[in-house]
Design a protein around this ligand. Structure first.
Ligand code: ARG
Length: 279
């Protein structure tokens, strides 16, 4: 749920390395098509009344367009990511610089533990869920608990194709969420079932089209095109699917949600300044 986001125009987006099972250097990005898809996505998001901020992409960091991994905006504080792969580490100072220039207080990361920002951390109603294993490390989440003043629900991921939480879980508000069950460990599935009253599994074919990697804006859900069952499930819930093509980005292992960092999604937890709440 968000009305204010950060995006990065993919002017230097390409497959320059392989750090997840989706990425193949031979599967080259069609630059103009990627730009077109990104602009259409931005347009769809703005048409929903969302304010879009922009950070400029540097040439050396082809994945910087996936702003969800920049870190986490907690009110006016910014907690920068600690990227697992050297290939993305050069993005961190660029995102920090942008947030500092906007007047955010920059928090310290939890070294030496890796964590990849909102790609692995999603708020759902009054809870926060975090994925760990392929990118974010379990221990990094201790620090997040402290900063949020709340205990996040830690979900172990189980399938390397769904390496970030936002690739396999989409909270929709009102106790509802989409997920792809095989992407989670058995224990994580039990935690989800206990925490989310209405959990809907997406079919594998659509999970592989990043059906869960969606951006929720009130009753609208922006998601990749070609996910008819997911779209029907959303409509049955009274929600409004907004489909937009993102296949150039799927070549890098990302879709709608990865291309967006929510700047206002953690306001509820923004007041805490360290120290885990005991209640
Ligand atoms: N190629 C990028 C990576 O492997 C894709 C990031 C997708 N982001 C996301 N939030 N799931 O890091």
């Amino acid at each position: 749920m968000s009305r204010h986001v950060l995006m990065c125009e993919p002017v230097h987006f390409r497959i320059a390395y392989e750090i997840n099972p989706w990425m193949r250097r031979v599967n080259a990005v069609l630059g103009p098509r990627a730009l077109e898809q990104w602009r259409a996505l931005r347009g769809a998001i703005e048409a929903l009344g969302v304010r879009v901020e922009l950070v400029e992409q540097a040439e050396a960091v082809p994945d910087m367009t996936f702003t969800a991994n920049a870190g986490l905006a907690l009110g006016r504080r910014f907690l920068p990511a600690n990227f697992r792969y050297a290939e993305r580490q050069a993005e961190a100072p660029l995102f920090k610089r942008w947030f500092a220039a906007q007047g955010y207080a920059i928090e310290h990361i939890h070294e030496p533990h890796y964590w990849e920002g909102e790609g692995d951390v999603l708020p759902a109603d009054e809870r926060v869920f975090a994925g760990y294993r392929f990118r974010t490390e379990f221990r990094a989440l201790d620090h997040l608990d402290e900063l949020l003043g709340a205990e996040v629900v830690r979900l172990e991921l189980a399938d390397p194709r769904f390496y970030h939480l936002d690739t396999c879980f989409c909270p929709l508000g009102g106790g509802r969420a989409l997920y792809f069950p095989p992407a989670f460990s058995e224990q994580a599935r039990a935690l989800l079932a206990a925490a989310v009253p209405e959990l809907r599994a997406v079919p594998e074919a659509e999970a592989l089209r990043f059906a869960c990697n969606a951006l929720v804006v009130d009753d609208a859900v922006v998601l990749n095109s070609g996910c008819p069952e997911t779209a029907a499930a959303l409509r049955a819930w009274g929600l409004r699917p907004v489909e937009t093509a993102t296949d150039e980005f799927i070549k890098a292992g990302g879709s709608v949600k990865c291309l967006v960092l929510m700047l206002d999604a953690f306001e509820r937890w923004a007041g805490a300044s360290g120290g885990v709440a005991t209640s």
